[in-house]
Design a protein around this ligand. Structure first.
Ligand code: AVJ
Length: 316
């Protein structure tokens, strides 16, 4: 219990320093990890069901349709290590397809969330041993030393979350994963592919306004958790295509010149000035292959949908 209180207050302080630093910068920015408080996670769940947001349903269908091939790629008696334990349905599809999985190791920064999802997996797959690991997978960390060694380890990173990392961070992450699973290990990674810009922008600016609410929730969070005084009507959600970085960016655009107080500090906004809140990189097949190879992996297998919207990539 004390641990949990410590974790909460440490998170709060990390949020505060990220906000003060990000809004104090020349180009205002906030790390996208803070989008996911309880409300944000709920809104993200709603996003995944939107008609415009193709990634979740497409990736889920690929995992379902290609489950046999993906399981064969992973091999029998796999130790499945999942980075970010929030994938629910996708995890269940893969675990259900694997031949005699030895162990499931979900890694997540949120201990509560980890416990809940581990319980759900345990109910559905009572014969699979589960070893949750509380860690921030964007940081350097080790897996427990006593995991079984004689079976292949398979890293699972669905959701195109790899697209939220800058290329250099993505390479560092993929190298770390290589270290975790070893030379004989494998990885199964969900990657959102390049496509026409209008499809991409619609996916991040839906007609029902759920993505807008998801983005604006970050300002609500600053108001309630850090005592900010953001005027919620003073900012608008915007999705932008950054061609140079091949990324969809979410921004919060100031509708007017205004100033906002947070924690006795003042932040001035010009009309039209934005806070950049998320980048979601889109890769071509060859760009992602280059990234994987730079991290010491080879592309072993690629599974896609008929329209080549999304790829589930098997690395060896
Ligand atoms: C869960 C981070 C992969 O980038 O597509 C959805 C988050 N942001 N709509 C993505 C998100 C806006 C999503 N990821």
């Amino acid at each position: 219990m004390l641990e949990r209180v410590d974790f909460r207050s440490a998170q709060r302080e990390a949020f505060r320093s990220d906000v003060l630093e990000g809004l104090g910068a020349e180009r205002k920015t906030l790390p996208c990890r803070w989008l996911y408080d309880d409300r944000g996670s709920e809104l993200f769940e709603e996003i995944t069901a939107l008609p415009e947001y193709y990634p979740t349903r497409t990736e889920t269908a690929i995992l379902q349709d290609k489950a046999g091939a993906i399981a064969a790629f992973c091999g029998p008696r796999a130790v499945l290590v999942e980075y970010g334990a929030g994938a629910g349905v996708k995890t269940e599809i893969l675990l259900g397809a694997l031949e005699n999985p030895a162990l499931y190791v979900p890694v997540d920064i949120a201990g509560d969330f980890l416990a809940i999802s581990a319980e759900r997996i345990e109910r559905r797959f009572p014969y699979i041993e589960i070893r949750p690991v509380v860690a921030d997978f964007t940081d350097d960390f080790d897996l427990p030393a006593d995991l079984p060694r004689l079976t292949p380890r398979v890293a699972f990173f669905p959701g195109s979350t790899v697209g939220n990392l800058d290329p250099l961070d993505a390479i560092a992450f993929l190298k770390r994963v290589r270290g975790h699973v070893g030379e004989t290990g494998k990885a199964v990674i969900g990657v959102d592919l390049k496509k026409d810009v209008s499809t991409l922008l619609r996916a991040y600016d839906d007609a029902a306004g759920i993505t807008a609410a998801f983005n604006l929730n970050l300002l609500e969070r600053i108001n309630t958790e850090l005592g900010g005084d953001f005027d919620m009507g003073g900012f608008a959600h915007e999705a932008r295509w950054n061609a140079e970085r091949s990324a969809v960016e979410m921004h919060l655009v100031s509708r007017k010149a205004q100033s906002v107080a947070i924690d006795h500090r003042r932040f001035d906004f010009a009309a039209g000035e934005t806070i950049h809140t998320e980048s979601s990189r889109k890769y071509s097949h060859s760009e992602f292959r280059g990234l994987a190879e730079a991290a010491g992996w080879r592309v072993g297998d690629v599974w896609t949908d008929a329209d080549d919207l999304f790829a589930v990539i098997g690395l060896t």
